[in-house]
Write a protein of this length. Structure first.
Length: 140
């Protein structure tokens, strides 16, 4: 009957999932890839992926398409104990992110210290991800 730290964490995750769910419900999965596949049957990034390059830890990359043809990417840090800094190059000209606290699409804002923005081969992006954290991006 006593609330613990796990209760607080579960409550926070439930709120985030509810907000992300608004965007995810209208999406169809087109692929799931890993920077360091945890099992032999898990797929590494392919040439057809929305992701050109990915580095910075054990990442799971979920790709989606919406009915309007827009492409989406979920990036998840698979390490449950350590944060990671993910370095990605994506097939996109610009990116928006879904705010986990409201579910709204917001422009992606990069910190001054991050390598982020349009590049010769796509869009370079740096993401700071807490343990087991993720971010949902809309690619344009």
């Amino acid at each position: 009957g006593n609330k613990t730290a796990k209760w607080e964490a579960a409550r926070d995750i439930n709120h985030e999932v509810a907000h992300l769910g608004k965007s995810l419900l209208g999406l169809e999965s087109t692929g799931v890839y890993y920077t360091q596949p945890p099992e032999p049957e898990c797929a590494p990034i392919t040439e057809a992926s929305l992701v050109i390059e990915a580095a910075g830890g054990r990442l799971q990359l979920g790709e989606f398409i919406a009915a309007d043809g827009s492409t989406w990417l979920m990036v998840v840090n698979l390490d449950r104990n350590q944060e990671t800094v993910a370095h990605l190059t994506l097939r996109a000209g610009s990116i928006q992110r879904v705010d986990k606290s409201t579910g709204t699409l917001l422009p992606l804002v990069c910190a001054d210290s991050q390598d982020c923005g349009p590049a010769a081969q796509g869009y370079r992006l740096t993401l700071d991800l807490a343990p087991a954290d993720g971010v949902l991006l809309k690619l344009e």
